[in-house]
Design a protein around this ligand. Structure first.
Ligand code: ADP
Ligand code: MG
Length: 581
């Protein structure tokens, strides 16, 4: 074996694997270059998931013709001198992106610096650099990437579906557009405008990207500690989403996905939002560059903080303080006791009970939204309820668990939310199998403002949603009209439900089978009907829930597979008290 130096083309292909993992990474690098060049307007267009074509055009400083070759040469950068690695103020600095893209794809770089009469163009394809040619072009730079990974087929095999790659590209652009709210940004996907935003302040940019309705409810946050500052917008506890898609962190204007920051956000909300839900958050952290190492990974999206504890406690403390303000508390009552929100035209009459004894149960049934076994209607409530497999309710604990006692004296703890979610899911499934989920028209249709890409995603599956009992239609740019919801969901909040469905569709874009995506939507819908943890139940409601659970063994777990019932026997109690031998 002989040791030899690798050819530059080989080195670039190896680097391409790290820097450009997927089309979204190429998009991110090109937009970062445009921002570093001081662009005021950036246009991104993506075709075929970014694999076929990516184009990023900016009106920044441009690259002089004489430097075009250097721009696509590895480790050539205008942004770093050798002493400055500890204080990085630009998004790029490694001088790797353009050569890596040029090694894996066909890259056409056209640039015209301000004050120059003509532009110049260079093409790199699979690492082979072409000559520089003069062309006509406006001031600024355009980078076109075609046939990504054609020169590195191994990488191509790891790509997901075109839709999934397009979604990842769009997510990257959204994150960058938030990080640089003061720059006009447009995104076009397969010829359709996804968004086209003027230079904005942060609040307006968040509203444009998260949807206006949600943005109005967000709480502005401001905090600092020594020379670290945190600012941005967070949702009150009452406003959560099905996925973490609306969480964006920016550190010194750099979009990041940092585990420490994500964890801090989760901890800050842990005890006040239901498990499995995610707050919305757009947060900008400013930290002196020398307290930060951005050079942890070639993609530059993870960080190392010199004082991680300070960052963590600043963030958790600031969020919890702001959630405790009147704005945060006033918006949170839906987590506590009380009827479901009635901000829609749903009619919600307590039906009259068929038999007098059953009145309590029948009302509970209306409130809970499922049918009781007919035998129960004649049963004396609480007469011999311990004969039922799930016993008789004796208390509600933490407004979340039902404590019940069964025949042999053992205690059961039932997770009311998980159990109810499961029953609703089973009911929806049964209806679907019986020919379609019954839907109920809203008394008046409800419009919902959403980002354009969510609107497109929802309308693309409108027919499938109709079979799930959800009827929607287009309502001009950036909005849909909600006409009907599944009857089984009762007085659900149509806006929250459709936002969650949009998030679920976006999050499952990678799943190939439509049936599994629809399944995810069905489970998501069930959650909307369910009695939340934190709602106080009457004894009749508790009993009704237990009786309905007994009708099916499937109710022993929630739709996500967690148990709904935990049993404590006399033996368990004796062991806990040290009485067992
Ligand atoms: P880096 O951004 O780490 O310096 P890149 O490979 O991304 O490395 O870019 C190399 C160089 O090309 C940059 O340092 C910059 O001088 C120049 N460049 C790239 N894109 C642009 C652009 N859109 N506008 C102006 N200059 C650019
Ligand atoms: Mg760069």
């Amino acid at each position: 074996m002989t040791i030899r130096l690798l050819a530059p083309a080989t080195i670039n292909r190896i680097a391409a694997g790290e820097v450009i993992e997927r089309p979204a990474a190429a998009v991110k690098e090109l937009v970062e270059n445009a921002l570093d060049a001081g662009a005021r307007r950036i246009a991104v267009s993506i075709d075929g998931g970014g694999i076929a074509r990516i184009e990023v055009t900016d009106d920044g400083t441009g690259i002089p013709a004489a430097e075009l070759t250097l721009a696509i040469t590895r480790h050539a950068t205008s942004k770093l001198n050798d002493e400055a690695l500890v204080r990085i103020a630009t998004l790029g600095f490694r001088g790797e992106a353009l050569p890596s893209i040029g090694a894996a794809a066909r890259l056409t770089l056209t640039s015209r610096p301000h004050g120059q009469d003509t532009a110049a163009r260079i093409v790199v394809a699979g690492g082979a650099v072409g000559p520089i040619a003069p062309v006509a072009a406006p001031f600024g730079t355009s980078a076109i990437v075609e046939d990504l990974f054609y020169a590195t087929p191994a990488r191509r095999k790891f790509l997901r579906t075109i839709t999934a790659e397009a979604t990842a590209c769009a997510d990257a652009v959204r994150h960058l557009a938030l990080a640089a709210a003061g720059v006009a940004f447009s995104l076009t996907i397969d010829g359709a405008t996804s968004f086209d935003l003027p230079a904005q302040d942060r609040r307006a940019r968040v509203a444009a990207l998260y949807g206006r309705g949600d943005a109005e409810a967000l709480i502005a946050l401001e905090a600092s500690r020594e020379d670290i500052t945190l600012g941005g917008f967070i949702s009150p506890a009452s406003l959560t989403r099905a996925t973490a898609r609306h969480q964006h962190m920016m550190v010194n204007a750099r979009p990041v996905r940092d585990p420490l920051l994500r964890m801090a956000l989760r901890v800050a909300y842990r005890d006040i939002i239901p498990a499995g839900r995610h707050p919305l958050a757009a947060l900008w952290l400013e930290i002196p560059p020398d307290l930060l190492d951005v050079n942890v990974h070639p993609a530059k999206s993870e960080l190392r903080f010199a004082a991680p504890d300070a960052v963590r406690s600043l963030m958790i403390g600031a969020i919890q303080r702001h959630l405790a303000t009147p704005a945060g508390v006033a918006a949170a009552p839906s987590l506590r006791l009380g009827p479901a929100p009635r901000n829609t035209a749903w009619s919600y009459p307590p039906q009259s009970a068929p038999g007098s004894q059953a009145r309590g149960f029948a009302e509970a049934e209306v409130a809970l939204g499922f049918d009781l076994p007919p035998s129960l209607r004649r049963a004396e409530p609480a007469a011999d309820a311990t004969a039922y497999p799930l016993g008789t309710p004796i208390a509600q604990v933490f407004d979340t668990y039902i404590l019940s006692q069964i025949g042999d004296g053992a205690l059961l703890l039932i997770d009311q939310h998980a159990a109810h979610e499961r029953l609703t899911e089973l009911r929806l499934r049964a209806e679907r199998e019986a020919g379609g989920i019954a839907s109920q028209f809203l008394l008046s249709p409800v419009p919902l403002d959403l980002p354009d890409d969510d609107v497109a995603r929802l309308l693309a599956v409108a027919d499938d949603l109709a079979r799930l009992g959800v009827s929607i239609e287009g309502f001009g740019a950036g909005a849909i009209l909600i006409r009907a919801l599944p009857a089984a969901l009762g007085p659900a909040d149509p806006l929250a439900l459709l936002r969650d469905i949009a998030d679920t569709i976006a999050a499952t874009a990678t799943a190939t089978a439509l049936s599994s995506r629809l399944d995810a939507i069905l489970i998501r819908m069930a959650c909307h009907r369910s009695i939340r943890a934190g709602r106080r139940l009457g004894f009749d409601e508790m009993a009704a829930l237990l009786r309905a659970m007994e009708a099916t063994k499937l109710a022993q777990t929630c739709p996500h597979g967690r148990p709904t019932v935990v049993k404590l026997t006399r033996g368990d109690l004796e062991r806990m008290f040290g009485r067992a031998g």
